[in-house]
Write a protein that binds this ligand. Structure first.
Ligand code: COA
Length: 189
């Protein structure tokens, strides 16, 4: 059997913060879609977004997870407080894997881990904006047929939700944590 290195998923620790920024920046620098930087020639906006989320009331410390491979932070995912009208929900993202660690299952493992942790915390619903071809495998479905409107109607089926055990059918408009709006407002175009 080929050698396989150990990948461990755990909550972020204070010592991981710089590495998480680097992983997020590297992943989105090579991604087909990324947010413009907040500062001219700076990191992709997603790297700044993670820092803003960490300083925001929406931060859920149990739901910022790193994937560590051979003592290197190779991936990160975060879910933060969101709402469907007045009902609590979670927004997932950014999800990032270092380019030279991609396609080995780390993104999949991180997504399963954050969904399992959210379910264990009795969270009812997780929303995200992403490619349905990728997120379908985790049980995400287009939100609109469930009565959940995207923050921006132009997102169409790319705005998806994953129902968890406590889901009770909340309907209304999905609102991500405030730093997501700040990113749209402050990005350098
Ligand atoms: C998306 C990402 C997190 C996946 O991480 P990963 O560790 O490479 O994922 P896995 O190895 O678990 O799964 C890879 C599989 O997902 C597929 N995949 C990845 N992104 C996809 C997308 N946007 N649409 C369809 N499939 C996708 C790959 O084709 C691959 O499938 P294959 O193995 O059958 O070829 C990683 O590519 C990344 O960091 N991308 C840049 C940042 C980004 O776009 N994040 C997501 C939006 S928030």
């Amino acid at each position: 059997m080929a050698d396989r290195s150990l990948v461990m998923i755990r909550r972020e620790l204070p010592a991981d913060i710089d590495a998480i920024r680097a992983v997020t920046a590297a992943a989105f620098r090579t991604a087909p879609h990324s947010a413009p930087p907040v500062e001219p020639n700076g990191d992709p906006g997603e790297a700044t977004l993670v820092s803003w989320l960490r300083d925001d009331d929406s931060w859920v410390p149990q739901l910022s997870l790193v994937a560590v491979e051979d003592d290197v932070v190779a991936g990160h995912v975060v879910a933060t407080r969101a709402y469907v009208d007045a009902e609590p929900a979670l927004g997932v993202g950014p999800l990032s894997v270092l380019p030279n660690h991609q396609r080995s299952g780390i993104g999949t493992a991180l997504m399963h881990a954050v969904l399992g942790a959210a379910d264990a915390l009795d969270e009812p619903l997780v929303g995200l904006l992403g490619d349905p071809a990728y997120y379908r495998r985790f049980g995400f479905v287009p939100a609109r047929p469930l009565g959940v409107s995207a923050p921006d109607p132009a997102w169409g089926d790319a705005f998806q939700v994953r129902r968890l055990t406590s889901y009770a059918g909340a309907t209304g408009t999905f609102r991500f944590a405030a730093p997501f709006d700040r990113l749209s407002a402050e990005a350098v175009s």
